[in-house]
Design a protein around this ligand. Structure first.
Ligand code: BQF
Length: 296
């Protein structure tokens, strides 16, 4: 078998078209356009690229946005004060603090300082907790984007064996919740693997669906998966490539060629999950503006 490609760039583009229409309808009803406040600390090159992608998507769908740039020497106190001002500003619908943070800042503290009603990344404990118990919530963008892709390609998860590799707060943990809970969309039997997992292959070889978000190139090889598996590759690492203008290329966590030979479906990197993450941020920002999740 050679896997069919899950085209995240295409699906994300269609999603942005939908959001653009919904934003237009919202504005035509007499509301101001949604506003997303981004906060970027320091000058991590990858973070700059991500903020650039998000700003571009906002422009495309008619969401207004601004990026507050703070030096990487900013104190926790100053940063939280900035977040608090955004919380109190009625012209701000969504707040996003670009991760990762410089090491002297606690992402837990910063995320918790965001008003959960403006937490369009879905990282606040209120939103993660509501996800876990099955209440309406801002779903974090990458897991939500993965489920949009599965839905788009009519790939079922119900009663399947899903294996999640990586247990981060950003991807692995929320995607595990969404996959595993009987009240949520997944309804799959779910295994979570992480750096303490003893024999990774023992788990991946048994999977109908693998979601890999470990940030480790070539972690998953063809010999570790069974024929027909669905592979969602969330990894995104820069590796040196002299033939590219930028001097690097992006790779996922799979050895693409060998895994592709056995899988039924696979997401490429780039152009798989990444663009969906950004599109779901647009959806969440519109939900925040409309107060759809938290009315009143
Ligand atoms: C693509 C992210 C790790 C750590 C912090 C399109 C993005 C990426 C790839 C993007 C990511 C990853 C984002 C592609 C946002 C996804 O064409 O493949 C878009 O902008 N992402 C982030 O904000 O923080 C991260 C990954």
């Amino acid at each position: 078998m050679s896997a069919k490609i899950i085209d995240g760039s295409k699906v994300a583009s269609e999603l942005r078209d939908e959001v653009r229409q919904d934003v237009k309808d919202w504005v035509d009803e007499g509301h101001r356009p949604p506003f997303l406040q981004a906060i970027l600390i320091g000058n991590n090159p990858a973070s700059n690229t991500y903020i650039g992608a998000k700003t571009k998507a906002c422009k495309e769908v008619g969401i207004e946005t601004d990026t507050l740039r703070l030096p990487d020497t900013v104190s926790a106190k100053e940063l939280k004060k900035t977040v608090r001002q955004c919380n109190q500003n009625d012209d701000v619908d969504g707040i996003l603090v670009q991760l990762p943070l410089p090491s002297h800042l606690s992402s837990h503290d910063v995320i918790e300082s965001i008003d959960y009603r403006k937490d369009v990344d879905g990282f606040h404990p209120m939103n993660v907790g509501r996800l876990a118990v099955g209440q309406p919530t801002f779903r974090s963008c990458t897991p939500a984007g993965i489920f949009e892709l599965l839905k788009y390609y009519s790939i079922p998860t119900k009663s399947k064996h899903a294996v999640v590799v990586g247990a981060s707060n950003i991807v692995g943990t929320p995607v595990s919740i969404m996959l595993s809970r009987e009240h949520s969309e997944g309804k799959a039997t779910t295994t979570i693997c992480h750096k303490y997992t003893k024999d990774l292959t023992q788990h991946t070889i048994a999977a109908d669906i693998i979601i890999v978000a470990a940030g480790q190139p070539n972690l998953i090889k063809g010999e570790m998966v069974k024929e027909g598996v669905v592979v969602i590759d969330v990894g995104i690492s820069r590796v040196a490539d002299e033939t590219r203008e930028k001097g690097y290329k992006l790779v996922g966590d799979c050895h693409f060629e060998s895994v592709r030979e056995k899988a039924s479906w696979i997401t490429p990197v780039p152009g798989g999950v990444g663009p969906m993450t950004v599109a779901m941020l647009m959806k969440n920002t519109l939900l925040a503006a409309k107060k759809s999740i938290y009315p009143g």
